[in-house]
Design a protein around this ligand. Structure first.
Ligand code: SF4
Ligand code: SF4
Length: 463
C-alpha cells in the first residue's frame, strides 16, 4: 500500500505528454510572483523619445535605413537585418529621427542606436491593444499559407524570442530543412521568480498564443504541438486548455522548479528526450519557442504587424505599484518606473529581467529592448547578501546544476585562465542559470567567473 501511494504521488500531473513533468537538479527560489501576477496588462502611451539599439537580438546588428531629421511612421522599417541570424527593426512610434546615439545595455554592451523623437499622431491605448491582442484570430483562414510564407512574415516582422534569449525566430521557426521537426514545444514556464509577463499574456491573450502556435507548427512541419506550463500558473493552464483541444494542441502541466523554462530542461520534462551536449533541439526533431513569441508570430502572419511593442512585468519590493505593461521598444526604463509610481526608499537593485538570470543596471536611460522580459527592483531585504569567502567544498553547486557540470571547478579554471581546464569542464554547456551561485554558502560569484571563462575562450578563438 505504501509503495502504491508512493507511485501515485510520483505520477505526473498530466497524461498528455511522454515526459515526467520535471527534470533533475535545479532549485526552488521563492517565487514572489503574486506581487504582479493578478495585475492586468496596461498599455503605455508613446514616450517623448525611444532609443533603439541596432542589436537587440542574437546575431549580426541591423543596418540603419533612416537618417537624422527623417520622419518615420509607426511600424515603418528602420533597420535591415544583416545576415541570416539577425532581425529587422521597426519604429514603435511615429516621429522624427534624431542623431545616432550610443547606448549601454544592462549586459554592458555599448551599441549604436536610432533615436526617434515622438511626433504626430500615435495609436491610442485601445487601438494598440486591439491590434496586438484584441478581436478574433481565425487561424483556419490562414491554413492555406505555405511554411515559406509564414517564415517570410516572421522574418519581415523582425521577431525574436521574447522569453529573454532574443534569438531570431525566423531561424527557429523555419520550413523543414536537413533536420525534420516532429514536435513544436511552446514554452509557457516563466520560471524566473517575480516575473509574470508570459503568465499575463497566456491569461489575457490565450487565443493569440494558440493561433501563433498553430502557424508556427505549420511552418516547421510539426505533427504535434505541446505547450508546457508550470503548475503554479493555474489560470493560464485553464485558459489554454479551453482552446487547446479544439486546436489539436496539448497542454503539459509541469512541476514548478527553476530553471524549468530552459529549452533543454523543458524538452526533457515534456518529451523525456535529451538534447545532446553542444547540440540543438532540432537535432532531436524539436522546435521550441516562447508563448509571447507565438503572439508576435500570429500578429505578423495574420495582421502584418511587426514587432514594435512587448509586454513586461515591472515588479519587486522596491517598486511602488508593480504592473504588467505593454511598452514600445526603446522606451527608457526611467519613464516606465515613473508610470509604476517610482522607486521605494528602500530600493536597492534594479535588474533587467528576473533575479536569477537578469542583469543589474543603474542608468535609468537604459531602453527596453526586444529581449527585456521584465524589470525587477529589489529592496535591501530582498537582495541576498553573503560575504564572499573561500569555497568550502560543500558540493551544493554540483548538486543543483541542471547541466550536471562542476561549477566550482569551472569558476576556478576561469579565475586562473586555464583554457585547457575550461574546455575540459565543458564551459559552453553552462547557460548561466545562476542556480549554483544561488546555493553557494560562500557567496562566490560563480556565474561571473564562468562568463569570464567563456569570454577567454571566445578571445582565443578570434585570435
Ligand atoms: S554552472 Fe551554469 S548551468 Fe550549472 S548551475 Fe551554474 S550557471 Fe547554471
Ligand atoms: S557551493 Fe560554493 S562553497 Fe560549495 S562547493 Fe560550490 S563553490 Fe564551493
Amino acid at each position: 500500500m505504501a509503495l502504491l501511494k508512493q507511485q501515485l504521488s510520483k505520477k505526473r500531473p498530466s497524461s498528455a505528454f511522454s515526459g515526467s513533468g520535471t527534470f533533475s537538479h535545479g532549485v526552488h527560489p521563492p517565487q514572489r510572483k503574486t506581487l504582479v501576477s493578478d495585475v492586468p496588462i496596461e498599455v503605455v502611451p508613446a514616450p517623448e523619445k525611444v532609443i533603439l539599439p541596432l542589436l537587440q537580438h542574437v546575431g549580426g546588428p541591423c543596418t540603419p535605413l533612416v537618417k537624422p531629421k527623417q520622419k518615420v511612421a509607426f511600424g515603418e522599417l528602420i533597420g535591415r537585418g544583416e545576415g541570416f541570424i539577425s532581425a529587422a527593426l521597426h519604429a514603435p512610434v511615429s516621429g522624427v529621427v534624431q542623431k545616432m546615439a550610443v547606448t549601454t545595455l544592462p549586459n554592458g554592451r555599448h551599441l549604436q542606436a536610432i533615436v526617434i523623437r515622438t511626433e504626430g499622431e500615435q495609436p491610442d491605448a485601445q487601438e494598440l491593444w486591439d491590434q496586438m491582442f484584441g478581436g478574433e484570430w481565425p487561424v483556419k483562414t490562414f491554413q492555406g499559407l505555405t511554411p515559406e510564407q509564414i517564415n517570410a512574415a516572421i522574418l519581415s516582422a523582425g521577431i525574436v524570442g521574447l522569453g529573454g534569449a532574443a534569438f531570431p525566430t525566423h531561424v527557429k521557426i523555419a520550413p523543414v530543412g536537413e533536420k525534420p521537426i516532429h514536435t513544436l514545444v511552446v514554452n509557457g514556464c516563466e520560471c524566473e521568480p517575480y516575473l509574470s509577463t508570459d503568465y499575463r499574456v497566456m491569461v489575457e491573450a490565450a487565443e493569440v498564443v494558440v493561433a501563433g502556435a498553430m502557424l508556427a507548427a505549420r511552418a516547421v512541419g510539426a505533427k504535434q504541438t505541446i505547450i508546457g506550463i508550470e503548475d503554479n500558473k493555474r489560470e493560464a493552464i485553464d485558459a489554454l486548455r479551453r482552446l487547446a483541444g479544439g486546436a489539436g494542441l496539448k497542454v503539459a502541466v509541469l512541476k514548478t522548479k527553476y530553471p524549468q523554462g530552459s529549452e533543454k530542461h523543458l524538452i526533457k520534462a515534456v518529451l523525456n528526450r535529451e538534447v545532446p551536449l553542444g547540440g540543438l533541439p532540432a537535432d532531436i526533431g524539436v522546435a521550441i519557442s516562447n508563448v509571447a513569441t507565438m503572439t508576435a508570430v500570429a500578429r505578423a502572419v495574420m495582421r502584418d504587424i511587426p514587432l514594435t511593442h512587448r509586454v513586461i512585468s515591472v515588479t519587486g519590493g522596491g517598486i511602488m505599484e508593480p504592473k504588467n505593461l505593454l511598452v514600445p521598444m526603446g522606451m527608457p526604463i526611467g519613464g516606465i518606473i515613473d508610470i509604476c509610481g517610482g522607486l521605494k526608499k528602500n530600493a536597492a537593485r534594479m535588474i533587467a529581467g528576473g533575479p536569477m538570470m537578469g542583469f543589474a543596471f543603474t542608468d535609468l536611460a537604459t531602453p527596453v529592448t526586444k529581449g527585456t522580459s521584465g524589470i525587477t527592483v529589489l529592496t535591501h531585504e530582498e537582495v541576498r547578501r553573503v560575504d564572499q569567502s573561500v569555497c568550502v567544498r560543500c558540493g551544493r553547486c554540483v548538486d543543483v546544476c541542471p547541466m550536471k557540470l562542476v561549477p566550482t571547478k569551472l569558476a576556478m579554471a576561469s579565475r586562473y585562465k586555464d583554457l585547457d581546464l575550461i574546455r575540459r569542464y565543458s564551459i559552453m554547456a553552462c547557460f548561466e542559470c545562476g542556480s549554483c551561485a544561488y546555493v553557494c554558502p560562500a557567496g562566490l560569484l560563480l556565474v561571473q567567473h564562468i562568463r569570464t571563462g567563456k569570454a577567454l575562450l571566445a578571445a582565443e578563438r578570434n585570435k
